[in-house]
Design a protein around this ligand. Sequence first.
Ligand code: ADP
Ligand code: MG
Length: 687
Amino acid sequence: MELTALKGIGSKTAEYFGKLGVHTQEELLEFFPRDYELFFAPVTVSEIGYKTFAAVRGVFTQDLFQRRVKKMTITTAQFRDEVGNTIKVTWFNAPFMKDAVHPGELYVLRGRVSRKYGVLSLNQPKVYKISEYEKLMNTMQPVYPVTKGLSGTMIANAVRRAMEGEAFHRLDLEDPIPGEIRVRYGLCKKSYAVSNLHFPESQNAYMAGAVRMSFEEIFLFILAMKQSETGKRSASSIRIEQDPRTEAFLKNLPFSLTNAQKKVIGEIRDDMTSGYVMNRLIQGDVGSGKTIVAIAALMNAAFAGYQGALMAPTEVLASQHFETISRMLKESGSGLNAALLTGSMTALEKRVVYDALEDGRIQIIVGTHALFQEKVKYKNLGLIVTDEQHRFGIKQREALAMKASADDPSIQPHMIVMSATPIPRTLALILYGNMDVSVIDELPGGRKQIKNAVVDDSYKENAYRFIEKETAKGHQVYIICPLIEYSEGVDAANVTDYTEMLKDVLNENITIGMLHGQMTPAKKNEIMKKFAEGEIQVLVSTTVVEVGVDVPNATVMMVEDANRFGLAALHQLRGRVGRGKDQSYCIFVCNNNSKEAMQRLEVLKTSNNGFEIAAKDLELRGPGEFMGIRQSGALSFKNFDVYRDADIAQKALTAVDDILSGRLRLTKAEEEILREKSSLASGTILL
Ligand code: ADP
Ligand code: MG
């Protein structure tokens, strides 16, 4: 149903929703909060430290002061906490504030913190009566991913309206989970789930909803996968041997391969000469050296006269792979040609690459999903490697596998997918279906162990001085924040404000850059390039840096609000440092000073194994404590969480088997709904 049928949503607003991928009321209802805000106990002024956001309890010392500057009303006040320290408070264009609050009465103020010339102030805070704030402290408030023109409140209001309408009503009628399965696994109704994911009545209701939506997603996914052609073992016309020139190249590397790398290279060689199409997943922790394994396979294909493609999930990563590969091809005197193909290239640049691919002048092509757009024609594609493959959909993978070669349309290319996501074997078998799995279970030797620290925010001062010392030695630093920019009342560091704050706090000679997912690919590339070349010394970023980037000169990784991330995600982030010869450091900052959260983070100090860490994380947090923590970097499902929901996947698999084998009889209506939804799923759910 049309979004504009909802009261208060005009075509302009509908357009903004479109930017978030929400085009209909149905999509709006399943546009779930990214996070839930829990209201923490207020702090005193001195406890604000380097927080960029805070709630303070106290009183206004006198009447609010109001003045006009140009067309703006500026309201300021002094606010005193309970131990007698004051903080400046500022509102812009909020003239009503003057009459809304009364000096001497107790309030909680919650807003952004800024520091100008050493003066601490709270900007644009929301004002709560004490009783109001205390009530909020026991609730979960939805936090939506926002966009220009749409605030969280507007989204919440739109959802509320949709929940009164017919689209909501139909949720249960068109439930893709057949009734019998719902009963068998004790899953709640869809309408209940949707309503409690937006506005949880309680934590239990939230969990019931989360479990149900997770089941639905993975159930449809497995169903689609079982019906898809990818991964079926089929005969191959391509045999690719290990070429002596590749052997020589590997021998001449500045390092020697680990035994694990040699083992996997061997497995790939066996596959590519077996007479079947290779379909292999390579799992290896960050830094285990997957890239070189891929390069060896690509070279073998090229020497055998076939083209090879290496596909990465981001432009940044694609460029980096391209540079590594072309340097290696050149240095080794292989005579092979590599090229880069990404979406942000100009039409002309692309044209040149298309032509060279079609006539075979390019043997190794590196790029993003631009590699398998329809316009791209290959002369004879023999091998496809996808890096960090979880970002690609089943349908995309199929499109790639089906990419016919001009020379011989019957050629089915070999496939390698590489992933650093540590997931248990049983789950891998469900999610990757009929792929063979190789594991690189050994890190290259000679690396210094990363030194880890788990700290609360009182340590920040030391951290900044430490960062200055490291940059003085010529090293570089990553600082990770959970958010891109200030988001209505979310108590977490954001890249934009943090970068500003750092300019104040760090030695002014240090160049600070920022990076986040809402920048254009070209901009991201530019920043990453500057960082890789050492021009930017401190990079403040969201987790976009997490996927595969390699800057060996970076020695410090500091993660703000580390407690907001899953341990596996933090481990992935940590893999960005410790890649060179110098000692590297990770600083995990837990800004809410919670003991339990810090204890959980301590696991990162005792283990360096992604698989182990993910398992431990599950054990330490009960399933109920998963709220708000997204294991970013893990498979991109919307509701299914790889770490939390392994047993849900098992049940969904059983359910799918029962349906496909006919053991479980569906009604005609159920069958119809399922057919429609599962064909949709294969196009939209990412693996
Ligand atoms: P990942 O598995 O995370 O993709 P990379 O392939 O990016 O890891 O490798 C990380 C770094 O380790 C690269 O700089 C790479 O050149 C280096 N490397 C790979 N294999 C070895 C090895 N056997 N010994 C030493 N360094 C290696
Ligand atoms: Mg990698």
